[in-house]
Design a protein around this ligand. Structure first.
Ligand code: NAD
Length: 331
């Protein structure tokens, strides 16, 4: 039986993770969940929000599904999410953005995938106060990290039957850093003659995604542009409530919704479980449970399209668990 580390997280995390877990079980996939706690609540018990045994569990099982975890502003600990990605070298952040009938959004038929580099760029944390009135941050781009993320994007495109990869950069201005990213992307593209390749300057990309998103397919970006453009793409299909993601390394994958822990809704059985459920779909897809993944996707989108048993943000009045029940009934 496949073992998967399950981290419910905090805030709304436990409610939506439970909805997702019930649905995965209802579809008949046998998973032995290895329940692990991380976040502010375990701080007191273990002296750290991310205990070593949680990392050990993920390393052993290779696959984890997590709910959102709160990062307290101004208090002691760094984001657990960032720490997890760094500790486990989860260098690719994969964020599909696909239209769902019944979700309010400016477009229909969007089917984009954002592949964001997850380890360097302005997120490397090389930042300092030079003097009272000056601060600086270094944008770190390496050939190695650029190559593995571009290769990941092309391999993903090939495996998933996608037609095109677009590399996004600002190489006209940042000639060394983004210049190298673009050079590497062009080189990697030569190894994938079956996949179309093009590049776009990031500002132009933002405009084009708003004006003609349908002409794009898989996007590959350095960390910061990836962060921003992936939220833009989530917006194109209806926002945070329906946006899943995966953090992927060579051996380990951690699946989580894009949204945070929405603390004000904790314990209210109110929020939309869709992003977490689609995160489960992404996970099933990755562990080879293709049929189960498709069935859950179809049942979830059918419940949303009907619009009868959906949460407040989708225009309904159902609770988190009611929506999960409706999806299970549909299965
Ligand atoms: P958030 O995503 O938690 O919430 C923003 C707003 O979006 C909420 O108030 C709510 O109105 C809406 N929303 C979010 N998820 C929803 C859902 N499933 N259904 C319906 N509405 C939903 O963002 P935030 O308020 O900026 O962050 C709260 C906490 O979450 C912070 O501590 C932040 O650091 C953390 N966070 C964690 C992750 C993660 O674990 N990967 C990601 C982002 C933010």
């Amino acid at each position: 039986m496949k073992k998967v580390t399950l981290i419910p997280g905090d805030g709304i995390g436990p409610e939506i993770v439970e909805a997702c877990r019930r649905i995965v079980e209802a579809v008949g996939v046998e998973i032995a969940w290895d329940l692990q706690e991380a976040g502010a609540d375990v701080m007191e018990k273990y002296g750290t929000p991310l205990p070593t045994h949680v990392l050990d569990s993920i390393r052993a099982n290779k696959v984890a599904m997590k709910g959102p975890i709160t990062t307290p502003v101004g208090s002691g600990f760094r984001s657990i999410n960032v720490a997890l990605r760094k500790e486990l070298d989860l260098y690719a952040n994969l964020r599909p953005a696909r239209s769902i009938e019944g979700v309010r959004s400016p477009y229909r038929d969007i089917d984009l995938v954002v592949v964001r580099e997850n380890t360097e760029d302005l997120y490397a944390g090389i930042e300092r106060q030079v003097d009272e009135d000056t601060a600086e941050s270094i944008k770190l781009i390496t050939r190695g990290a650029s190559e593995r993320i571009c290769r990941f994007a092309f391999e993903y495109a090939r495996r998933e039957g996608r037609r095109k990869v677009t590399a996004v950069h600002k190489a006209n201005i940042l000639k060394f850093t983004d210049g190298m990213f673009l050079e590497v992307a062009r080189k990697v593209a030569q190894d994938f003659p079956d996949i179309e390749f093009e590049d776009r300057i990031v500002d132009n990309m933002a405009m084009q995604l708003v004006q003609k998103p349908h002409i794009y397919d898989v996007l590959v970006l350095p960390n910061l542009y990836g962060d921003i453009i992936s939220d833009l793409c989530a917006g194109l299909v209806g926002g945070l409530g329906v946006a899943p993601s995966a953090n992927i390394g060579d051996e380990i994958q951690v699946f989580e919704p894009v949204h945070g822990s929405a603390p004000k809704y904790t314990g209210m059985n109110k929020v939309n479980p869709t992003a977490q459920i689609l995160t489960g779909v992404l996970m099933l897809h990755y562990i080879g449970e293709e049929e189960a993944a498709n069935r859950i996707y179809d049942a979830t989108t059918a419940v949303i399209a009907e619009g009868k048993t959906v949460t407040y943000d989708l225009g309904g009045e159902a609770g988190t668990s009611d929506m999960a029940d409706a999806i299970i009934a549909k299965l």
